[in-house]
Design a protein around this ligand. Structure first.
Ligand code: PMV
Length: 324
């Protein structure tokens, strides 16, 4: 039985940065993201008694046992969960349409596409809530990639109650995100480790206490299509995440010199009346929120500052889709 699914990646505007339960990937906070059209993963899942061994191909290249471990562990966990035949073998073929140089993590789209193709190939008949919970077991941010547009992951308190839902899957809104490549190398500190270390910051609990009011404020801004509010809340959430990293013990940061150059550029552009806001994840790359109208000018300002860096202009993407 074979099934193929496509999922787009997402970028959090109110960040998830800490686990309440490591195995179930239950978060300590709720988060809100924007699913992006420009980046996605297609995954075909096949299981059969005729296959001789489990295999995982990424962009047509067979991955080593070590490279496949996270994916294999995930599938084995799901097979146990649904009491499926453990003797059958499976073959996974994933194609990442996340430009390798865009500096965006692909685990959100990858695990969402994997969860959906797995469930379809076994005819599990799961709705999107159930799929979101399954995707969460692969990667926290994948929980949100089941839906398009603006998505909220409600933290919940257990496996049943921690899932994402759509806030607005098709926003009629001129909102763009420029993904600026600063450095595409492997990140120095994985998000799992970073999240653990961040909790050593004396400000971590204070940040958590603000989570629900930030979620409410961002949902209000989304409902009103209020770009200024949306941008300010998103930038603040990113700053808070990176501030708890810097103030952890020992402190650490994902920023590189060009990350700070871009932060300064966003401030300067705003002073000049070109409204834009930044958000930054577990790496040095910067994503800039803006309108399409302003994007040309912002892109040329970035090139003036940093030379020929790669910039991808993205907007809203859809939720998970099945392909034949
Ligand atoms: O679930 P992970 O390992 O992809 O971690 C995601 C962490 C951030 O991207 C920094 C924030 C987020 O909410 O996506």
């Amino acid at each position: 039985m074979k099934a193929k699914a496509r999922a787009h990646t997402n970028i959090a505007l109110v960040k998830y940065w800490g686990k309440a339960d490591k195995a179930l990937k239950l978060p300590l906070m709720s988060s809100i993201s924007m699913t992006l059209d420009a980046f996605y993963t297609d995954t075909e899942f096949n299981h059969s008694q005729d296959l001789e061994q489990d295999a995982f191909y990424l962009n047509e290249i067979k991955q080593t046992r070590q490279q496949s471990q996270r994916v294999f562990n995930y599938i084995n966990e799901l097979r146990k969960k649904f009491n499926l035949d453990q003797n059958e073998h499976f073959e996974i073929r994933s194609y990442n349409h996340v430009p390798t140089s865009a500096g965006l993590a692909s685990s959100a789209s990858a695990f969402a596409a994997l969860a959906a193709s797995f469930a379809k190939s076994y005819d599990l008949n799961l709705d999107k809530t159930a799929l979101s919970r399954l995707a969460r077991l692969g990667s926290g941010s994948a929980t949100r990639s089941i839906f398009g547009g603006f998505v909220e992951w409600q933290k919940g308190t257990n496996d049943e109650t921690s899932f994402a839902k759509a806030i607005d899957e098709n926003p009629d809104w001129d909102l763009h995100m420029l993904a600026v490549e600063v450095n595409t190398g492997q990140k120095k500190i994985s998000s799992s480790i970073g999240m653990q270390w961040a909790q050593k910051s004396p400000f971590y609990q204070t940040w958590l206490n603000e989570n629900q009011s930030e979620i409410n404020a961002l949902k209000k801004a989304i409902a009103k299509h209020d770009f200024t509010n949306l941008g300010e809340i998103s930038e603040q959430s990113a700053n808070e995440m990176h501030a708890v990293n810097l103030s952890a013990n020992p402190g650490f940061t994902y920023f590189e010199p060009d990350t700070l150059e871009l932060i300064n550029l966003v401030h300067t552009l705003r002073q000049q009346g070109i409204e834009c806001y930044y958000t930054i994840d577990a790496g040095p790359n910067v994503k800039i929120l803006c309108t399409l109208r302003n994007s040309k000018e912002i892109i040329s300002a970035i090139h003036n500052l940093l030379g020929n860096v790669k910039i991808v202009n993205a907007s809203f993407g859809p939720g998970v889709q099945y392909l034949d």
